[in-house]
Design a protein around this ligand. Structure first.
Ligand SMILES: [Zn+2]
Length: 397
């Protein structure tokens, strides 16, 4: 009788085990992207400009209050696994490397959203972590701004590239803490959350560009360490830094090219004083505000007190996914970004966009950074002059 009971308990345990395993498998099954969208349903990646909102006003940078408790993180970031070089079946993957790439814009991160009155520019660490999970499951993979500019996109076949950008150098984005005499990344920071997420999903990518106002000096990424140590540690993980101007200047009030040279060049100069070999190559417009058209070329390149700057992308504040840099209509001097949702959801933020960023609209990778693959009907969207040695392939969808 006792033996029979033992057998019955064993059967019960096994039954529960199989139910749990099959549930997990179903969940994993949902992760795969569902391509197969007929070409007719394709939505133009250039929405009618009359339907676009004016770029949202960005807030003045605010200080971060209260550094939460640390937990231990590994010292070196995990590398993404090597890609396999299996040939890709276009009819299955349905690559479209003329589609849109979302560039997400973040500002402040705090522990508890109840502690802020800001409805639009602050995210909690918990919500950020949940967002990473959502983006990963939706098939997004992070690429760097450098790779966006160069169109050097190596996300796996069927996946969608995405860029993360962070403005104003707030402490919640990234700060260091001292542990056993060593400087480590505070796990209660966006970078800390990303490092932890990267351990679980190394193929998501550990990328992002941080747009800095160097006049803030030690207020940038406020916490332990010097500004030099902070920047060195941030860059050591493969993150990038960009120009956000000296003094968070409103470029719509520019009165001369010399003034623009100073606001951008002085920021660049201060960076080089801190790190000789560092250089900005991308500029995010404070408040999303541009100089008047006759002054605009000074925002791309110029010089201040012997220091040259060259901004290969100039980032807007709103309000739509961007074309890839090889698109015919791509304008590197005004590249769209999507604001991450804050406390309150509103039109044109990331939550608004996610369901609209369908496979028919977005950039779907063929998995090979050396080819540009697009459905035949979209071939005209690609500027073949910008291919830079990559092989251009079209296919019938
Ligand atoms: Zn800003």
């Amino acid at each position: 009788m006792r033996a029979l009971n033992a057998v019955l308990i064993m059967i019960l345990v096994l039954a529960v085990f199989f139910i749990v395993v099959s549930c997990n498998m179903q969940e994993q099954g949902n992760v795969a992207p569902t391509p197969s969208v007929p070409a007719e349903q394709y939505i133009s990646p250039t929405p009618d400009s009359t339907h676009l909102p004016e770029p949202t006003q960005e807030p003045e940078p605010t200080g971060f209050t209260g550094l939460p408790e640390p937990t231990v993180l590994p010292e070196t970031p995990t590398q993404a696994p090597a890609e396999n070089n299996q040939p890709v079946d276009y009819s299955v993957v349905q690559p479209n490397e003329s589609g849109d790439i979302p560039i997400v814009m973040f500002h402040n991160f705090i522990e508890n959203l109840d502690d802020t009155t800001d409805n639009f520019y602050t995210t909690s660490f918990t919500e950020f972590e949940a967002l990473l999970e959502t983006l990963y499951n939706d098939g997004y993979r992070l690429i760097s701004m450098r790779d966006f500019i160069d169109h050097n996109i190596s996300v796996p076949a069927g996946k969608k590239p995405m860029v993360f950008s962070f403005d104003d150098g707030s402490s919640g984005q990234f700060n260091l803490i001292e542990e056993n005499g060593k400087l480590i990344v505070n796990p209660k920071s966006a970078v800390g959350v990303m490092l932890k997420f990267n351990e679980k999903y190394p193929d998501f990518g550990l990328k992002g560009i941080f747009y800095l106002n160097m006049n803030l000096e030690d207020k940038t990424f406020e916490g332990a360490g010097t500004i030099k140590e902070r920047l060195e540690i941030l860059l050591s993980y493969g993150f990038e830094i960009g120009n956000h101007s000296w003094g968070h200047f409103d470029f719509s009030t520019s009165t001369s090219k010399q003034q623009i040279n100073e606001k951008l060049g002085k920021n660049e100069k201060r960076l080089r004083e801190i790190m000789d070999d560092a250089k900005f190559y991308s500029f995010a417009l404070p408040f999303g505000a541009r100089a008047s058209s006759e002054l605009r070329d000074a925002m791309v390149n110029g010089m201040f007190e012997g220091v040259e700057y060259n901004n290969q992308t100039i980032m807007a504040v709103g309000a739509q996914p961007s074309m890839p840099s090889i698109a015919v209509n791509y304008d590197p001097t005004y590249v769209g970004r999507i604001r991450a949702q804050g406390k309150v959801q509103e039109d044109f933020d990331l939550t608004y966009w996610l369901p609209k960023m369908t496979n028919a609209r977005m950039y779907i990778s063929d998995g090979d950074p050396n080819t540009v693959v697009v459905p035949e009907t979209m071939a005209a969207k690609i500027d073949t002059e910008k291919l830079n040695g990559k092989k251009f392939i079209t296919y019938k969808r």
